[in-house]
Design a protein around this ligand. Structure first.
Ligand code: KIV
Ligand code: ZN
Length: 421
């Protein structure tokens, strides 16, 4: 949870969640007001530092939602003093900033997230502005946001990774002078590789006037599948605020995923990332992921890291044998840490054509059948033959495997069906 102490702690990484803004920009992901309120409450349970709720100037519905979240969740201070900052997106125009202030001012900690594009291609074709005009607009609009009452003014450089570096240092320096409190470097099209992204952060830190007085943030898209890697590279280079979404949903190929970043920090932060940590209560990750999957309609791939259906499931014999002897052999993250509750002790063992005897024995025990070695050997080969033909082996399939073999002669004699194992 956010507190002034943690914000001034150089090892604390603040989590800026944009599931409700960039996440909802994912094709087909639009959600109702009630669903977004549920997600915002869940994000507060997780302990995210900032909830970016939406883009107040985009529509009356967006405005109303941002205001509602600011009023309700933005004032729900818990016993420890935690309350998330509530944030809204705004282009660098007076109209957008006014709408942002009017909707966000009800929150205990309102934050505006302003942006302007800084790459030549965006400035020329999208904004139709030259560099001087862009700097002047950014500078004056940051000052305007401050004049309305925003104490937290976050300024993003859209398409920063394709922008001229000298121009990047210059515009950042100017918006800091104008009152920005946080600078966010966006890999808008997801084109950077981790080493060059880290270098960009280092260069910004080295060459930009006043950068040490603001929070430095990153916003990474996943077009090359590198959003998480680039975000972590940013942290290694000294960034202390990261933009993430639940399940990594977002525009096109999505954003860096909260669960991946938070668990990478939790599992390896001390050892590899210079002792950094977050305030996230990871036990709520699984429930939040399920909620976002259901509400957004964006189905998770089974092998999605941390929250996918297969993330804690083992099918090959060697792995299953290892897991049955000691979970740590193949489970480096404990499912309990992310709130994944197993239906039964060996729920993570999935039987398939690559499974071994150890797993079959355990699964049979779960069903109440205790086989001796010889019987198990026989059953195992019949199981293998079935698994070669059938992908999803259920408890009923296993029971049938046992019953078929053992009751056949009895059925022929017209005796009572009875399983003897
Ligand atoms: O991807 C992007 O550049 C954005 C900005 C608004 C930060 O979402
Ligand atoms: Zn984005």
């Amino acid at each position: 949870p956010i507190s002034n102490i943690q914000l001034s702690d150089p090892n604390y990484v603040t989590i800026f969640d944009t599931t409700l803004r960039d996440g909802e920009q994912a094709p087909g992901a639009s959600m109702t007001i009630k669903q977004k309120m549920d997600i915002a409450s869940q994000l507060a349970k997780l302990g995210v530092d900032v909830i970016e709720v939406g883009f107040p100037a985009a529509s009356q519905a967006e405005f109303d939602l941002v205001k509602l979240v600011a009023q309700k969740i933005g004032n729900n201070i818990d016993e420890e003093g935690y309350v998330p900052m509530i944030c809204g997106l705004a282009r660098s125009t007076k109209e957008d900033i006014d709408k942002a202030w009017e909707s966000l001012k009800y929150a205990n900690k309102p934050m505006i997230h302003m942006f302007i594009a800084t790459s030549d291609i965006h400035m020329k074709y999208k904004l139709n502005m030259n560099r001087e005009e862009v700097v002047e607009r950014a500078r004056s609009m940051v000052a305007y946001a401050r004049s309305l009452g925003f104490e937290h003014v976050r300024f993003s450089l859209e398409d920063a990774t394709r922008s001229d570096k000298e121009f990047v240092y210059h515009i950042i320096g100017e918006v800091i002078k104008a009152g920005a409190t946080c600078i966010c470097v966006a890999d808008t099209v997801g084109c950077n590789l981790p080493n060059e992204f880290a270098q960009l952060i280092v260069d910004i830190k080295t060459n930009t006037l006043g950068i040490q007085n603001v929070i430095l943030a990153v916003h990474c898209h996943n077009d090359l599948g590198l959003a998480t890697a680039n975000t972590l590279a940013g942290i290694c280079a000294g960034v202390r605020q990261v933009d993430v979404t639940i399940n990594g949903i977002g525009e096109r190929a999505g954003n860096a995923s909260l669960e991946e970043i938070v668990m990478a920090i939790k599992c390896r932060g001390e050892e590899v990332l210079g002792d950094v940590y977050t305030g996230i209560n990871t036990k709520h990750i699984f429930t939040t992921s399920n909620m976002v999957e259901e509400y957004s309609g964006l189905k998770l791939q089974p092998h999605k890291a941390i929250v996918g259906a297969n993330a804690f499931t083992h099918e090959s014999g060697i792995h299953q044998d290892g897991i049955l002897k000691n979970k740590g052999t193949y489970e480096f993250i404990s499912p309990e840490d992310v709130g994944f509750i197993r239906a039964s002790e060996h729920d993570g063992i999935r039987l398939g054509k690559l499974s071994g005897r150890h797993a079959l024995k355990i699964k049979m025990l779960e069903l109440g059948y205790n086989f001796e070695e010889k019987q198990l050997e026989d059953l195992f080969w019949r199981f293998k033959s079935m698994a070669g033909r059938k992908k999803n082996i259920t408890a009923d399939d296993l029971r049938a495997l046992v019953l078929n073999e053992t009751i056949q002669p009895q059925l022929l004699d017209n005796l009572e069906i009875h399983v003897t194992y």
